[in-house]
Ligand binder design. Sequence first.
Ligand code: HEM
Ligand code: HEM
Length: 176
Amino acid sequence: MPRPYQPSLLRLLHGATALLVPLAWITGLFVYSAHDGRSGRLPFTLGGEWIDIHGTVGVLLWPVALLFGLYALTAGRARLRQPGNVIALLALGLAIGSGKLMDEDWLRDGQFDHLVYGVHLLAWLLIALAIAMHVSSVLRRGGLPLAGSMASLQLRSGDLPGNWFDQIRRSLKVGR
Ligand code: HEM
Ligand code: HEM
């Protein structure tokens, strides 16, 4: 079987998203443990302004996730036939959308009853499940070669940064 190859723009946007989401997840856990903790706290306390740190990760993540989402809906459309990919994208959208609506002072002021906060917490659980399903679907379909193709640094001619604009343009034309 030929080695799977992923377009370079997909690898760049997917890679940046896949680095930042776990960072958001873990800093979110520290925020929850330090400020909420209604369902339990971590057995240790970590000093640090975790709301600010999480907010900074979120500020880095949302533009990347927005570009990745736009890519997935245009040039990456065919890959969205895989339920594991769609679920990951939807969970990401819910986490980012609810995160953008969060107010950084709610948890500092002990206001835990905002609907947006409930949705943001739900998205936190859903994204962990969604990524587990996504990764297991990738491994089931193509094993380590498919998973590794997303982290490969190999570039084919015709798939250099100079070709990205054309790739998106062509995918928009095919859609019509
Ligand atoms: C993978 C899981 C998560 C993702 C992807 C995520 C993402 C985001 C994003 C994109 C923002 C907006 C940042 C901005 O542009 O201002 C945000 C804000 C926020 N999130 Fe999360 N979040 C996650 C989990 C959590 C958890 C578990 C908590 C804690 C209970 C939490 C608490 C907050 C708070 C308090 C803010 C407001 C921070 C600020 O505006 O400075 N998040 N999140
Ligand atoms: C951490 C958050 C992650 C998110 C939000 C995410 C999301 C997505 C999405 C939306 C797609 C479809 C892209 C398109 O339509 O062009 C995709 C594809 C893919 N992802 Fe992820 N992913 C994540 C993590 C991972 C990880 C850790 C792996 C490694 C095992 C991985 C491997 C892949 C592969 C191989 C594809 C292409 C699959 C195919 O051809 O159907 N992803 N991902």
